[in-house]
Design a protein around this ligand. Structure first.
Ligand code: ZN
Length: 441
């Protein structure tokens, strides 16, 4: 085929029918290829085709630049011998500990907030067939919304550059038939995505290749990747504690569903201060779980007076206060007993509200561990107090005694969301709440 030059009207028609993104670039035919990849600037609207509003004629389209486009959308698939044969995602770094070696999902990709960049970039390996004597001049990747029924609109062109040996503009040549292409957002190419996170549940990448065959004819090829699950920064408005370094991508990435759930005020009210959700691209944060953006670690349901929940180590400190109050109660101290009772009642109430939410499918909380130098504490003492309202122990004279909070057994003791075994010593210092899009029966 030959290079067809479409006027603005033709490009608009193509955009409406094929939902193609119109992007800017400069192709010098007959000479060296140069792509003005940053010419549009990060704030330029031609980087973006917003599903709701981007098709407004004239908006974001520059007729002088769009006709010299790195756009393969007008080519019939299979028309040229250029072909994308495979698209393979990279691997997210695994944790160093063998325990968490498998704790990563390569099909999770973090999409930053509007005008923000990723801390860690993700890459696709693109394999292709190039006809003899032909030259690859441009590689472009469009981020697609592949959610069911969405119609695959383009969210943003993420990369558009000629392949180079060092991959400086995001496209690196690996031999004659392989490319490594950046598909996430760097500082020069920040996110322009305006879609509601809860409405984009699947994403994919459309890889377009543009080249010239030996007589200068434009050749194109295109292929869509398999689907990925997007992760989003959690909604604003939550108090946090114990955040991880944002230079490493932070720890507040949540699934599309969790983003929607956390955006509802009634659900927000169920959660204490949040510690973390998922790492960027579901990078391992030293949890065995937290790989899908649906697991939330939060502060204790009850905060002892004087504990600053936002301070470092506050979760452990609050647990230490529970140990101290229980110790006092064991020594027949009235105030200790009152504090433990308050802890148990407030925690029961808060857990009960979480259990009542049908999208909360699992909760983990403190079991209580053995305490060094005090044999009265046996693993499970805290959950016994919470669930049964009593804790039996042996005193120094090997006599059986008990702390009785006088509140009876928990009315939700037989619930299926936080069962006896879901009280764990590795959750002494925090509350873990797992969400699911599929509601419990
Ligand atoms: Zn957790």
């Amino acid at each position: 085929m030959t290079l067809r030059r479409l006027g603005q009207r033709g490009l608009l028609a193509a955009a409406v029918t094929a939902v193609a993104v119109i992007s800017a670039g400069t192709l010098h035919l007959g000479g060296a290829t140069a792509w003005a990849a940053t010419a549009a600037g990060p704030a330029s609207p031609d980087e973006l085709l917003d599903p709701g509003e981007g098709l407004d004629p004239g908006e974001g389209l520059d007729p002088d630049t769009t006709e010299k486009d790195c756009d393969a959308s007008d080519a019939e698939p299979g028309e040229s011998a250029l072909e994308v044969t495979a698209i393979t995602p990279d691997r997210v770094p695994r944790g160093i500990s063998p325990k968490y070696a498998k704790a990563a999902r390569d099909d999770r990709v973090s999409l930053p907030r509007l005008n923000e960049a990723n801390a860690q970039q993700r890459y696709l390996t693109v394999e292709y067939l190039l006809p003899t004597g032909a030259e690859l001049t441009c590689v472009r990747v469009d981020l697609l919304n592949t959610s069911p029924q969405a119609g695959k609109p383009v969210l943003q062109t993420v990369t558009r550059a000629a392949p180079t040996a060092d991959g400086g503009e995001g496209v690196k040549s690996i031999g004659r038939d392989e490319l490594k292409v950046r598909v996430t957002f760097d500082e020069q190419h920040p996110s322009k995505i305006k879609s509601r996170p809860s409405e984009v549940t699947r994403i994919g990448y459309r890889v377009s290749l543009v080249g010239k065959d030996r007589d200068g004819t434009l050749i194109t090829a295109r292929k869509d990747s398999a689907d990925f699950f997007p992760l989003w920064r959690m909604p604003a408005g939550f108090d946090r504690y114990g955040q991880r370094d944002d230079k490493r991508g932070g720890d507040d990435w949540c699934s599309s569903f969790a983003h929607g759930w956390l955006s509802v005020a009634a659900n927000q009210a169920l959660l204490p201060r949040i510690n973390d959700i998922s790492g960027e691209h579901a990078r391992n944060l030293g949890h065995g779980t937290h790989l899908t953006g649906d697991d939330i670690d939060a502060f204790h349901p009850y905060r002892f007076s004087g504990v600053d929940a936002g301070a470092p180590g506050s979760g452990g400190l609050n647990y230490d206060r529970l140990v101290a109050a229980t110790k006092a109660a064991m020594n027949d101290d009235e105030d200790g007993l009152r504090q433990v009772t308050e802890w148990a009642e407030a925690t029961r109430t808060r857990l009960g509200k979480l259990i009542d939410n049908k999208n909360v499918i699992r909760i983990h909380y403190a079991a209580g561990s053995a305490v060094k130098g005090d044999a009265r504490f046996v693993t499970g003492w805290a959950s016994a107090l919470l669930r049964t309202g009593r804790y039996e122990f042996m005193d120094a004279q090997k006599e059986s005694k008990e702390v009785d909070l006088g509140i009876g057994a928990w009315s939700r003791i037989d619930n299926q969301v936080i069962r006896a075994k879901d009280f764990r010593t590795d959750h002494n210092d925090h509350l873990h709440v797992a969400l699911s899009e599929t509601r419990r029966k």
